[in-house]
Design a protein around this ligand. Structure first.
Ligand code: ACM
Length: 639
């Protein structure tokens, strides 16, 4: 049975069954794709008379209650709890004899014409079985109000499923823009449905300190607030001295406890990140003594104005000093206080200490840093950062936690037990794994959800692009490393350019589907075309749930080149199959009656705009894109 793949015969079998299904339940379209799916010919229909039975533990009862609530919300049925387990219509069963195939998070889900039975070793497995069950029900199960006259049919099926990796993460940056506890909990709801189990909260940065620390009140009185601005973050005009600093917020320790408890009910662990020694302006503004630089007491929490010069590459040149001072004993006392409280608030065994993008130019001119270098025999600024990381590793470990940081912590020598989160590609992760350190892969190349997911002419502008198909090709285990060191993978959503939750959702879905399948499903089950089909089914669910997603995969890809005569040649392509691209050069809005793109285009002499839109038959799929010819010429290197 182990790793049984969805075979050709199974698909034939499935397609026979499809023909008999009600439109909204046809096929099995689960994301992430399970280890194995065997579809039968029959179906189960959820009726108001169905009962729920479960192994009587608090954790399983909680899962059963979540089920009852969701079923009631969409169907209006209030399902009764059955007295026994084996006579219930829906059964949530913890196995008394451990099933070694399933591990801690796997499950077996069986749907017959008369019952739905989910079995697992642990409550987490039952929870994931339930998430798959939702995706077997009609999309209307996601409705927030009762849907009448629905046939709540589920295809007959036997599913065996368990995750490929223990670390299935999403990072949510609540520092650049603050998101409330409720908004974070909503995000947890969404991620848990796709079997993510780690929410990495980026809690501190130059723009805000988001967690109450007792005894350090200025962190949240001063450090959590900046000036509200909109536009292209990073290029804002510096705030005026009297601009109100009332934009931001923070989580009280009670908020954190509630969030952690909420996440636990969804089998999500929260990984806290306190980003030091760079990205620390909010802490420095609150407590200027933490800086090596005189004059830090005149700084303000960043509101999106430029504070780094990236023109020379990494590390950046800081225009103001946003780093903690590794030569200052007060910094370690401060971090001891912070990590003591963070360790108590978050039960997850890891604390992430950041370590990324730490500018060194202020350290270079600091007498205190030079004294430290002499005393400790440190030769480079990277070794200064490494000295700092090793000291804070000891602090983090003294609180009973594991120390984790971005891959910059490798520079100048890795702390002895550090776990590395590789973001600048896979390189840092490979290096750390070869040194027998554990690694989480979250490379920009495949897993940065803040990047644009389509052409910059239509997407909100960010400095890089990550299309869905590229995200889907993410493989966390490089050939050159022993897979036992790779804990898993993670997608990161930085929020410099994300001002609200609708856009947060837009940036997350569907790319997080791609990452969820990478970190949960067997590598051999991944298939791009099949995935796209399932994504389209998930879109219907998100529509009903009123969760926003990016339709970018339906938008064409433009390639502009110079032809042999030095003129412009335009090629159009689509990321997903079965789309026609209709276009115009006459400024009017193309629809399905306009020419269909088939071969490379040369624009008419005086054309100023290429307008494109994709259709599937008569159904509009993509967005109208107006691409200036001037822009295409620029891309092709034509003056
Ligand atoms: C990062 O993206 N600076 C970790």
């Amino acid at each position: 049975m182990k790793k049984m793949l969805v075979s050709i015969t199974l698909w034939c079998f499935a397609s026979i069954a499809i023909a008999q299904h009600h439109e909204s339940t046809k096929g099995i379209n689960i994301i992430p794709i399970p280890v194995s799916v065997q579809e039968g010919m029959g179906s189960f229909t959820l009726l108001p008379t169905a009962t729920i039975g479960y192994t009587p533990t608090a954790a399983v009862k909680e899962i059963a209650q979540q089920m009852q609530q969701k079923i009631a919300r969409a169907t209006g049925f209030s399902l009764a709890k059955s007295k026994g387990l084996s006579n219930a219509t829906i059964q949530l069963q913890i196995l008394t004899k451990r099933d070694t195939v399933l591990g801690n998070e796997g499950y077996r889900l069986q749907v017959t014409p008369t019952a739905v039975i989910i079995k697992a070793n642990e409550p987490a497995g039952l929870f994931y079985g339930v998430q798959s069950l939702w995706q077997l029900l009609p999309a209307a199960i996601e409705s927030k109000t009762v849907v009448n006259k629905m046939n709540w049919k589920i295809p007959e099926v036997a599913i065996l499923d368990y995750p490929r990796f223990v670390w299935r993460g999403l990072m949510f940056d609540v520092a650049r823009h603050f998101f409330t506890k409720q908004q974070v909990e909503n995000y947890i709801d969404e991620m848990a449905k796709y079997k993510f189990n780690i929410l990495h909260l980026h809690l501190t940065d130059d723009e805000g300190w988001r967690i109450e620390i007792k005894g350090l009140p200025r962190l949240t009185e001063i450090g959590a607030w900046n000036v509200k601005k909109v536009g292209y973050f990073g290029t804002f005009t510096p705030p005026k001295p009297d601009d109100p600093r009332n934009y931001g917020g923070f989580y009280t320790q009670d908020d954190i406890k509630e969030m952690v408890a909420y996440a636990q009910k969804k089998f999500v662990n929260i990984l806290p990140e306190i980003d030091v020694p760079g990205h620390s302006l909010s802490a420095i503004v609150s407590y200027p003594d933490l800086s090596c630089t005189p004059g830090a007491n005149t700084y303000h929490v960043r509101s999106g104005e430029e504070i780094m010069d990236w023109s020379h590459g990494a590390p950046p040149i800081a225009l103001i000093d946003n780093t903690l001072c590794p030569a200052n004993p007060k910094v370690y006392t401060f971090l001891d206080t912070v990590f003591t409280q963070v360790a108590k608030l978050f039960p997850f065994p890891y604390i992430h200490v950041g370590g990324d993008e730490c500018p060194k130019n202020f350290w270079e001119i600091s007498p205190a840093i030079h004294q430290l270098m002499q005393k400790e025999g440190l030769k480079t600024m990277e070794e200064v950062q490494s000295y700092f990381e090793k000291r804070i590793e000891k602090i983090v470990e003294s609180k009973g936690k594991k120390f984790m940081g971005w891959d910059e912590i490798l520079e100048g020598g890795l702390a002895p037990n550090a776990v590395v989160m590789s973001w600048r590609g896979m390189k840092g992760g490979i290096e750390a794994a070869k040194m027998k350190h554990r690694v989480v892969m979250s490379p920009t190349t495949f897993a940065y959800l803040d990047y644009m997911q389509g052409d910059s002419i239509i997407e909100p502008r960010v400095y890089a692009t990550l299309r869905l198909n590229k995200a889907y090709s993410f493989e966390p285990v490089p050939d050159s490393v022993d897979s036992k060191y790779i804990l898993g993978g993670q997608a990161n959503l930085w929020t410099e350019q994300v001002y609200n939750t609708r856009h947060l959702q837009y940036m997350t879905w569907p790319r997080a589907f791609a990452v969820s399948e990478t970190v949960w499903s067997p590598k051999a089950n991944k298939n791009w075309l099949d995935f796209v089909n399932r994504v389209e089914h998930q879109f219907k669910r998100l529509d009903i749930e009123q969760v926003k997603y990016a339709p970018s995969m339906y938008d064409p890809i433009f390639t502009a080149t110079k032809n042999a005569e030095g003129g412009l040649q335009i090629e159009l392509a689509t990321e997903v199959p079965n789309l026609q691209i209709h276009y115009s050069f006459d400024n009017s809005f193309p629809d399905q009656f306009y020419p269909v793109y088939s071969t490379p285009l040369t624009p008419p002499e005086d054309a100023v705009m290429l307008k494109v839109i994709t259709y599937r038959g008569n159904k509009v799929m993509g967005r109208m894109i107006a691409m200036p010819i001037k822009e295409l010429k620029k891309r092709a290197g034509i003056q």
